[in-house]
Design a protein around this ligand. Structure first.
Ligand code: HEC
Ligand code: HEC
Length: 199
């Protein structure tokens, strides 16, 4: 797993600034799904795809379980220079959604504390804002896909680029609660069906 640390940091803990996602402590099913997605062309990143292209499901499962089991602390969030109005808009979208657009709150699936749920919904805290913007943008343009029905694609496509920015900078400004862990299971039923969230 030392091949992963130059980019994802010591023990996969990355950094909340820059572009690289932390992988330590994410649900194993989520990590496994992503490794398979890079291998099978549902997500694109040259380095990631190259590293996993020859690996079997069994081996990817082991890698996922290794990083999922790492329990390493999160650093405090980087200081934000965003305007209050932008942060506020992000918070409303994340915690309440938009009833008029039938847009669910991010917390409905990612958890009340936004720390994700087993087996396959990731937490949204402790990630660089640019990474979150990049992922939502990739879903909008079909450059990132999850198992169908791909609920995140429908959600991302409903968000304007101002919404994406607002929610990403608000998420990145939030501290990760100490001892935060993905919940044992999501609050069912999910507001939209997700092919990838439950396995
Ligand atoms: C050269 C840098 C680099 C190396 C080495 C690397 N990664 Fe990555 N990894 C990335 C980047 C960049 C992304 C985000 C790509 C994107 O935009 O979708 C990523 C994404 C991921 C994700 C998805 C995370 C998420 O939250 O969705 C997983 C899982 C992952 N890498 C695991 C690994 C593992 C395991 C290794 C070692 C076998 C590894 N990576 C090595 C750069 C790297
Ligand atoms: C209906 C359930 C649902 C809702 C609501 C939802 N998500 Fe998700 N989200 C998921 C699932 C399932 C995944 C895992 C997808 C996969 O396997 O690639 C995910 C993954 C993500 C990721 C990828 C994280 C990473 O590490 O790469 C981001 C970013 C994200 N969601 C942001 C959001 C935001 C922002 C909102 C609110 C505007 C939101 N989600 C609302 C179900 C949901």
């Amino acid at each position: 797993m030392q091949a992963c640390t130059p980019c994802h940091g010591r023990e996969g803990r990355a950094s909340p600034v820059g572009y690289l996602p932390r992988i330590a402590g994410k649900p194993a099913g989520y990590l496994f799904n992503q490794l398979v997605n890079f291998r099978d062309g549902r997500r694109y990143n040259a380095a990631m795809s190259y590293l996993v292209e020859q690996l079997s499901d069994e081996y990817l499962r082991e890698i996922a379980e290794y990083f999922a089991a790492l329990d390493v602390p999160y650093p405090p969030p980087p200081a934000t220079t965003e305007r209050e109005g932008v942060l506020r808009r992000g918070e409303v979208l994340a915690t309440r959604g938009d009833f008029h657009r039938r847009l669910p709150a991010c917390t409905q699936c990612h958890g009340y504390t936004l720390t994700g749920a087993q087996p396959a919904i990731p937490g949204l805290l402790g990630l660089p804002a640019d990474y979150v913007i990049g992922q939502l943008g990739a879903w909008k343009t079909d450059n990132r896909r999850a198992a169908t029905p791909d609920c995140m694609a429908s959600i991302a496509k409903q968000l304007s680029s101002d919404d994406v920015r607002a929610v990403a900078v608000w998420l990145a400004s939030r501290p990760v609660p100490p001892g935060a862990k993905p919940a044992a299971q999501p609050d069912l039923p999910l507001p939209l069906e997700c092919g990838s969230g439950l396995r």
